[in-house]
Design a protein around this ligand. Structure first.
Ligand SMILES: [Zn+2]
Length: 399
């Protein structure tokens, strides 16, 4: 109880004139103190915080006294006093509203530490991990002296990029024929995945344009090598509302046959955010939000949030495509929807799927890919699936 009381008192001190928890508490993310901990010794501290949902956050070190400061958008810290603590590197814990819409958690430190690692896992509930290591006085002072970004305030969640609602306009589709150029993809009987996918995509594009309601861009129009990241950039430049990568890989084990819709797995999503955030050309990564002046951590969080928005849309996209393919009577793999860490699916804010039309390792799949009637059936199914998804997606997003 002593901790709670202290927390309440310090909240009041931090808040100044602001009323305690004046915000709508129902809107707050909640801390799960039982799943949170602060552990460590004189050299290293690990802070783990379990929060009911991902929120934008940031972390920094301040001096006088040495402390770790974490700002979160609307997290209710009233249970922070119940976080299990071991070791004596953290001498005090405080929490309160830092400013409207933002709450701050402060860990007072026994000496100079710097942040070695900070991250938030955002699959389902959020899990924040911050690792501190004992630092030299110089390193600590430098970290603590870093200026506050002039406008570190993050955009409102509603300002996060969403694909513009353009009811009535054509659906902007990017078709990505897998492989190409020096990378033929799977090969069998003198045929390559790269060339089969290119001709399939060309036919599909023509038909989509003929049928109307679609604006189609292809990541390659000929037999050239296009790096995976360039494919994502092409999609972004085209203002893609949906990205469909087309493949027919060979699988060595088992008897893979039939079409499969792949989405990006959660685990890969998080890693993708991290890797993408480290890149220089951040404005390429997330349309609508200027990330160039944000630090890496903030960039990661914003992308995670975009992904939180995109993930259910991708799941519905995969479902709609699989349903349409099945409805068209096209053979599907016995696991028609699967997840994998395909790099080309890593756009945080463009719903992306990878369609294995079949497997070149299967003779019957290869035969089907070469059959114009089968291709026509499959192309019709993809178009129907995209239409169904788009209609449902727009209806849901208007709610
Ligand atoms: Zn492939």
């Amino acid at each position: 109880m002593r901790g709670l009381l202290r927390l309440a008192l310090l909240c009041a001190a931090l808040l100044g004139a602001l009323p305690v928890w004046a915000q709508d508490l129902s809107a707050l993310a909640r801390l799960d103190p039982a799943a949170s901990s602060i552990t460590g010794d004189a050299d290293e501290v690990t802070v783990t915080l379990a929060i009911s949902q991902p929120v934008p956050w940031r972390v920094r070190i301040l001096d006088d006294p040495p402390r770790l400061v974490m700002d979160f958008r609307e997290v209710d810290w009233s249970d922070a006093g119940r976080i299990a603590r071991s070791g004596d590197a953290v001498t005090d814990l405080r929490a309160g509203v830092f400013r409207a819409g933002w709450s701050r958690l402060v860990l007072e430190l026994s000496g100079p530490f710097t942040v070695q690692q900070a991250g938030m896992q955002t699959a389902g509930a959020a899990r924040v991990t911050v690792r501190l290591a004992k630092a030299s006085h110089g390193a600590f002072t430098a970290a603590a002296a870093l200026p506050e970004p002039p406008e570190w305030a993050l955009p409102e969640p509603s300002a996060l990029p969403v694909v513009a609602d353009e009811s009535g306009g054509p659906l902007r589709v990017v078709l990505d024929p897998g492989h190409g150029g020096i990378d033929p993809g799977a090969e069998r009987d003198g045929q390559s995945e790269a060339s089969l996918m290119l001709s399939f995509a060309r036919e599909l594009k023509e038909r989509m344009i003929r049928e109307g309601d679609f604006a189609v861009t292809m990541t390659r129009e000929e037999d050239v090598f296009v790096p995976l990241e360039t494919r994502i950039s092409i999609a972004r430049a085209a203002g893609a509302q949906v990205f469909v990568s087309l493949h027919a890989d060979a699988i060595a084990e088992g008897e893979a046959t039939g079409a499969t819709v792949y989405t990006l797995s959660d685990e890969a999503s998080d890693e993708a955010s991290r890797t993408l955030a480290e890149r220089h050309d951040r404005d390429d990564l997330l349309s609508g939000v200027d990330l160039t002046r944000q630090d890496d951590l903030v960039a990661t969080i914003l992308m995670d949030m975009a992904r939180t928005d995109t993930t259910p849309r991708i799941d519905r996209l995969a479902g709609a495509l699989a349903a349409a393919i099945q409805a068209a009577g096209v053979k599907m793999h016995r696991h028609p929807i699967q997840q994998a860490g395909f790099s080309v699916l890593k756009s945080p804010d463009i719903p992306s799927v990878l369609l294995e039309l079949g497997f070149l390792s299967s003779g019957s799949d290869l035969k089907r890919l070469n059959d114009p009637a089968w291709r026509d059936q499959m192309q019709g199914a993809i178009i129907a699936g995209l239409r169904d998804w788009h209609a449902a997606d727009q209806a849901l997003r208007k709610q």
